[in-house]
Design a protein around this ligand. Sequence first.
Ligand SMILES: C[S@@+](CC[C@H](N)C(=O)[O-])C[C@H]1O[C@@H](n2cnc3c(N)ncnc32)[C@H](O)[C@@H]1O
Length: 246
Amino acid sequence: MHWYEDDGFWSDFSGTMFSEHRRERTRELIADSPLLDFPTGSRVLDLACGPGLYLVPLAQRGCVVTGVDLSPVMLERARAACADAGVGVRLVRADMLSHVEPRSYDVVLNVFTSFGYFDDPGDNVQVLRNAHDSLVPGGRLLIDVMGKEVLAGWIGRPQVVELDDAYVVQRDTVLDDWSRLRTDWTLVRGGTAREASITSFLYSGSELRTLFERVGFTKVECFGDFDGAPYDQHARRLIVRGTREL
Ligand SMILES: C[S@@+](CC[C@H](N)C(=O)[O-])C[C@H]1O[C@@H](n2cnc3c(N)ncnc32)[C@H](O)[C@@H]1O
């Protein structure tokens, strides 16, 4: 089993990835970000939606939302979040490596570093191709990852995230001449430790832009944050957006 197929990983470490603080911050992003300002009625696919942090506020602002994820645990949490909020969202269990719904969406989102998981670089390109094919002409794909240049600014210091009843230590190791990153996670709760390692591809702005162009996206732009800032020395994220032409 690959690390990303391990339901236990996503649920055990969900306190750091899907905190209440992040859920609140995501609500603000959907309200304020010019990159997430979709017209009412837009058909939006959240690819690798996790427990639905984006699904709920997107549906609340009038988008017609589908969430796709491989993890049954994450999908169940997304279902519960949507039910609590009283919004209708279509949820599909699928692998982004094979999931295509031809010409069905105005927007495909893939956020919070949910891209680059496959060992074969061609498989990651296939995910872009699938997203391209799932868009209607004129539709847009937006991917949000930790860009290579951003990471280079602070990598090397282990990070500690404190939770109510536990803490998580994250240690990063650059692999294969800055092609990939391994992050070792340790969750310490009540005197016991749970460890996990994840490895994914790293992309610079120009590398990810080139991959978008390779599968046919046009008007490809890079941003350094959800406020639409440029991807420069102040960038906090790498956000790449492209348009399906035909
Ligand atoms: C870092 S989380 C991000 C979740 C969500 N986008 C967010 O912003 O909170 C990555 C998600 O990708 C999902 N995932 C991992 N591999 C996948 C695959 N091959 N196909 C679909 N989803 C996948 C995981 O189950 C997890 O929910």
